[in-house]
Design a protein around this ligand. Structure first.
Ligand code: AKG
Length: 199
């Protein structure tokens, strides 16, 4: 299903636009960034509202954005919190590669394979009609799964490598959901940085 061109894999899924760059960051850079961001970002286990109930998210999150940018999902309202230098540099590199601009970054810290992300689409109105989500992975390799909204049996999976970048754009969020399932055999942490443009 995937067409590898150089170190870019264009993931060919109907009604989606996905590009995967397994070697986006050199291993030494990714190692250093993971270590730095583990302590530098203000990771918190937040509460979200799901089916009317307040539950603790099964991972830690951190939010950084340009002044005035507010992002809301699952009853959470995130307000701007400045940018550490390392995240600004990464934003520039991702923008050069993808040709897209980003004004915010929602980070996820999965402490081990017990932490996960459930099925969802990044389709909040504030992300516009064709959201671009650029997602950098640092640490443990985890399986990223996609399924069609109109037929959950149609699925695709990608092993997100340490130092990789996955860019989702076009109508991906409109037609597909994604998730990062629990993997109890995974002992090591993983950081995921999702750059977005919030209107
Ligand atoms: O950790 C990942 O790769 C998935 C993150 C994700 O789905 C999200 O932030 O919307």
């Amino acid at each position: 299903m995937s067409n590898i061109a150089g170190d870019t894999a264009i993931v060919e899924l109907a009604d989606a636009r996905l590009s995967y760059y397994p070697g986006f960051l050199a291993v030494a850079t990714a190692d250093q960034l993971q270590q730095q961001l583990s302590t530098e970002l203000n990771w918190k286990q937040a509460e979200i509202r799901l089916f009317g109930r307040l539950i603790r998210e099964p991972r830690l999150t951190a939010w950084h954005a340009d002044p005035g940018v507010v992002y809301s999902y699952s009853g959470r309202r995130l307000t701007a919190a400045g940018w550490p230098g390392s995240l600004v540099l990464l934003r520039q590199q991702i923008s050069m590669l993808s040709g897209c601009e980003f004004n915010s970054m929602l980070g996820n810290l999965y402490r081990n394979g017990n932490d996960y992300m459930g099925w969802h689409s990044d389709d909040e109105v504030s992300l516009g009609s064709a959201p671009v989500v650029a997602s950098v992975s640092l640490g443990a390799v985890r399986t990223f799964v996609l399924r069609r909204k109109d037929n959950h049996k149609i699925k695709h999976q990608i092993q997100l490598a340490h130092g990789s970048l996955l860019v989702m754009q076009g109508q991906t969020q409109h037609y597909w959901q994604h998730a990062l399932p629990r993997r109890i055999t995974v002992q090591q942490p993983r950081i995921n940085l999702t750059y977005r443009w919030v209107i």
